[in-house]
Structure formats: C-alpha cells, structure tokens
Write a protein that binds this ligand. Structure first.
Ligand SMILES: NC(=O)c1ccc[n+]([C@@H]2O[C@H](COP(=O)([O-])OP(=O)(O)OC[C@H]3O[C@@H](n4cnc5c(N)ncnc54)[C@H](OP(=O)(O)O)[C@@H]3O)[C@@H](O)[C@H]2O)c1
Length: 368
C-alpha cells in the first residue's frame, strides 16, 4: 500500500467496545482508516516498531486513569484509534517542520497503532516532541526500551524517587518486565540487597543471572508471601510495586518502620471490574510511618528527561541488559496487548514490542 499522496487508506487498530473486566482480542479491531496529507506541523510515517504497554488498558477504563489528557493521548472509548510509543520512518514532511525532520529520517514518539500515520511535531504542555534520528542510522530500537519511556520510568522510580542505599533490602515486583528489569539493575548499582519477583521460571532464572540476592514467584500469593518472609526476615527498607493485589499486600506487611514504597503500577488490577480497590492492609503503612510515593511519568519530562538521557548513555546504565520480546506483525497487536495483562505469558524478559517490518533503506530513497 502506498501512502505518500493527499489522502489514502491504511490499516489501523481501534477499540471496538469498552471492555468490562478482562480485555479480550474481540474488544479491538483492525480496520481501514483514511489518512489525509500531513498538516504543516505533521509528518507522515511508516510505522516500523510499536511498544506494547500495560497502561493502555487503563486508558480504556470508564472510571478514570485519564492522566494522559494531551491531544490524542486521553481516554480510549468505543471507536478510538490506538496510539503507542513507537519507531517509524518519515515519508512526507509538513511545510513548517522541514527544518527539524526530513523524508527517510527515523522518528520515535507517540505513533498510531497502524501501518502509517500522522505525527504532530508541536509539543504540548511539556510533553516530549518526537525524537528524530538520521536516515542512515540503523533502527534506533534502544529508544523503545532502555533509552525510551520504560527506561525513563525505571530511572524515575529508582534514581529520582526511591534512591536505594547500600544498607537497604529492596524488593521489586514484576522484576522481569520492561520497567522492572531496568529498575532491578539500577537498584543493584547501589550495592543494596535486591529481591525481585517474576511469574515465570524463565523470568526468575533471568533475574538470578543479574545477581539479585533472592528471587520470588509472584504467580502464587501464598508462595510469594512465604518466600518474602524467608528472604527478608528483617523486613523491607524499600519496595517498588508494579503488580498490586495480594503481592502488594504481602509487601506492605513486610515494610519496616520508616520504610519507603514507590508505587509505579498495579498491572494485576487493570483487568478488574473495580481496579481502584486498595490493599486491605494499607493502614499498616501509616502504623509504621512508611513513606508512600506514587508517581506517573507524564509531567516529569521537562525537568528530568535530559538528566535521564545523560545517565542512561553512561556507565553503568549503558551496560544494562535490556532484552526485547519481539512479536511480528501489526495483526498480532490485540493478542500481544491482551497477553501482557496476564502473568507468566511472556516469551522472555524485558520489553514487549511489535515489529511491523524490517525497513529497506532503498525503499526510503524511492519514496522521497
Ligand atoms: N507510573 C508510571 O508512569 C508507569 C510507566 C510505565 C509503566 N508503569 C507500570 O509499571 C508496571 C510494569 O510495566 P511494564 O511496562 O514493565 O510492563 P511489562 O513489561 O508487561 O511488565 C509487567 C510484568 O507484570 C507481570 N504481570 C502481568 N500481568 C500480571 C497479572 N495479571 N498479575 C500479576 N503479574 C502480572 C508480568 O510478569 P510475569 O509474566 O513474570 O508475571 C510482566 O512482566 C505496570 O504496572 C505499569 O502500569 C507505570
């Protein structure tokens, strides 16, 4: 399909109906979407890679989680076309952005979940404008993980908010996932005693290979609670929560007097009909005088993105393991997103991404 003219069709994913509880592939549909020529502040891209993220399910919740209120990034309701952090090749450039980007360049930013789409170059309310990389560069896929939004999330959690000390016992739940895998490695650099959990044996083996002190199985709440008692008999100084539910409650029980909790996410709750229910023992954090720090990435970019980039590009972070779990084809999107919300469903550790196509540089020349 060609897209480089005034208006054309492309394949795009949209929400068919707002899910009630568990998201299933039938809640999403791949349809034809009409694309117009890029406006003066837009570029037309051929989408090459897309990140698949748990927060996407929260954008479908009628009860809220509408923290992403920027243009095109708010709540998804029936008929909404989906977007994702991704990597694309520029095919056409709007009249006012020719000084920033050229045909053939790579663009990283919020892209449509589609084969082709329009990307706006004006940044709104402190959001990052799309990142541009030269046409001759090999696909900068690092920017989908360690250098991109998952890397930024892990850095905000561990380096900005949690700041582990060498004397700390630290727990990271969901340690083999995208954010967790990097957060664990940041925690290890502090010299702390680091514990981490995964729902699959492959994830737990991978965490062991990083050199963590102890690995827990969050697939079973009872097993997790017992392992936590054994591995942290004196309690936790610092806990990074990513799952919610029973494992969060066990971690709260283990937090020491004046301990710290960084609340990054609650993925086990996103498919629940009542996702905002707090753990029943939340009061314990008050009793022990713990500090609870929830955070969300939007709003941190203007102040912190530059420092994150400096640190991500330098040792020790430049040597962090940052595996990608690559799934082929735009048509795999619905299965890939639904599967992300189920424990033990990953083929490997790290970041789940969809590869739409290996882009041929000769093709880029032809499209100019
Ligand atoms: N605060 C923010 O701004 C921000 C930004 C990005 C992400 N987050 C949050 O951070 C968390 C991790 O995100 P991510 O990008 O690293 O996602 P991810 O790569 O999918 O990792 C999440 C891990 O959670 C586990 N999991 C998935 N569904 C589960 C369920 N139903 N019950 C228990 N465990 C489950 C999976 O591990 P196993 O397969 O090993 O069980 C998965 O590897 C999520 O809660 C996400 O919402 C927050």
């Amino acid at each position: 399909m060609s897209c480089a003219h005034s208006s054309s069709e492309t394949e795009a994913w949209r929400l068919r109906q707002t899910p009630q509880g568990k998201l299933v592939p039938g809640d999403l549909e791949l349809t034809q979407r009409t694309l117009s020529a890029p406006a003066k502040d837009e570029v037309l891209v051929e989408v090459c890679w897309l990140s698949v993220d748990p927060y996407m399910r929260t954008r479908m919740q009628s009860s809220g989680y509408d923290y992403l209120n920027r243009d095109g990034m708010g709540k998804w309701t029936s008929g909404s076309y989906l977007s994702a952090w991704g990597l694309g090749r520029v095919l056409e450039v709007g009249s006012e952005v020719g000084d920033k980007v050229a045909s053939g360049d790579w663009v990283v930013g919020h892209l449509p979940v589609a084969r082709h789409g329009l990307v706006r170059f004006s940044s709104e309310r402190g959001a990052l404008p799309p990142l541009v990389f030269g046409a001759q560069q090999t696909a900068p896929v690092d920017w989908l993980h360690a250098r991109g939004m998952t890397g930024f999330t892990a850095w905000l959690a561990m380096c900005h908010y949690a700041r582990p000390r060498a004397s700390d016992t630290v727990l990271v739940t969901g340690g083999a996932g995208a954010v967790g895998s990097l957060a664990v490695q940041w925690a290890l650099t502090s010299g702390a005693r680091v514990l981490a959990s995964a729902g699959s044996s492959a994830g737990r083996e991978w965490l062991s290979s990083l050199g963590v002190t102890g690995v827990l199985d969050h697939g079973s709440p009872e097993v997790f609670a017992e392992q936590l008692r054994q591995l942290a008999p004196g309690g936790l100084d610092l806990h990074m929560e990513q799952l919610g539910g029973a494992t969060f409650a066990s971690a709260i029980d283990a937090v020491r007097s004046h301990g710290r909790v960084v609340l990054c996410g609650l993925v086990s709750q996103y498919n629940e009909a009542e996702p905002r229910r707090a753990p029943p023992n939340l009061q314990r954090l008050v009793s022990v005088g713990a500090r609870l720090q929830p955070f969300v990435v939007p709003g941190h970019e203007a102040e912190h993105w530059g420092r994150f980039q400096q640190q991500a590009a330098s040792p020790p972070a430049s040597a962090f393991a940052a595996p990608l779990e690559v799934i082929d084809g735009l048509e795999s999107w619905a299965e890939a997103l639904c599967g992300l919300l189920v424990s033990g469903n990953r083929r490997g550790p790290g970041k789940r991404v969809i590869q739409l196509q290996a882009f041929n540089p000769v093709d880029v020349q032809r499209r100019r």
